[in-house]
Write a protein that binds this ligand. Structure first.
Ligand code: SF4
Ligand code: SF4
Ligand code: SF4
Length: 266
């Protein structure tokens, strides 16, 4: 289970951020002036499990549909126009989750829904997982010391309910469901947007390779414009191959020592 976020229909209302805070009782840290357009949370963190980015660009709007019947589309702007890109970011609930691989206490686990959750009563705040996540999701909460992030509303899923953020989104920019169904929807939507002339649109994280991102996006520009890494690396894969190389070197060394002893004994 996971998310497909269609940023082409996000209106930046932040209902997702608010619903997440409300449902999960995440401390309120909103209210700072960041100077980043209408973005007042800046990034994902221990107190921001959903983050709506606002990017201002000197580009024509082209197509940004509200997706609601009866609601007028925003004016198209002119060729020298101005547009906002808005996108609601979240933990990717990776299939190959490096945060989970490096956690020494087992606090981070994979649920029966395929999602990645930090157990608050097991996390000891060591912070090993923080640099392992290439998406900057993990963060220690000040005054608490433990790491907190999106649980993909584990409690709601167990109660057969939709995650709070997806339920609150008025335009269905955030869609929740089985990943294969969401991938099919995302490909269909990409085709539709391309046919409408928005050739810059692209999917991010929708293929099953790499991390196997359980939250993927339809974007209107390069991922780095939205603060997403263009080519995230599974760092623990490297660690595994480093351990393999170290084991092979240790084996070769042991063989060499044994051979030297055998030679000396003759
Ligand atoms: S996005 Fe980061 S925190 Fe979320 S599952 Fe992947 S590695 Fe872990
Ligand atoms: S799935 Fe739940 S915990 Fe995760 S961002 Fe949405 S509301 Fe917050
Ligand atoms: S609730 Fe939906 S439309 Fe509103 S900011 Fe979040 S993703 Fe965008």
């Amino acid at each position: 289970m996971g998310f497909f976020t269609d940023t082409t229909v996000c209106i930046g209302c932040k209902a997702c951020e608010v619903a997440c805070k409300e449902w999960n009782d995440v401390p309120d840290t909103i209210g700072q002036l960041t100077g980043e357009s209408y973005d007042n949370t800046s990034a994902l963190g221990a107190n921001t499990w959903r983050h709506v980015a606002f990017i201002e660009q000197r580009k024509p709007v082209k197509v940004q549909e509200a997706g609601l019947e009866g609601l007028e589309e925003p004016s198209g702007g002119d060729e020298d126009g101005f547009r906002w890109l808005m996108s609601s970011d979240v933990c990717k609930h990776c299939t190959e989750a490096p945060c989970l691989d490096v956690c020494p206490t087992g606090a981070i686990f994979r649920t029966e829904f395929g999602t990645v959750v930090v157990q608050e009563d097991v996390c000891n705040g060591c912070g090993y997982c923080i640099p392992a996540c290439p998406f900057g999701v993990l963060d220690r909460r000040q005054g608490d010391g433990r790491v907190w992030k999106c649980t993909l509303c584990y409690d709601r899923l167990k109660g057969h309910m939709e995650p709070a953020c997806a339920q609150a989104c008025p335009t269905d920019s955030i869609q929740f469901g089985p990943l294969d169904e969401l991938r099919e929807k995302a490909n269909g939507r990409l085709e539709m947007v391309h046919e409408a002339g928005v050739t810059d649109a692209r999917l991010y994280g929708a293929d099953e390779g790499g991390y196997g991102m359980g939250a993927f996006f339809l974007l209107l520009d390069d991922p780095e414009v939205y603060g997403l890494p263009p080519d995230p690396e599974v760092v623990t894969r490297k660690t595994k191959s480093l351990w393999g190389a170290a084991a092979a070197a240790a084996g070769a060394l042991a063989l060499g020592v044994a051979a030297a002893f055998a030679g000396g004994a003759r």
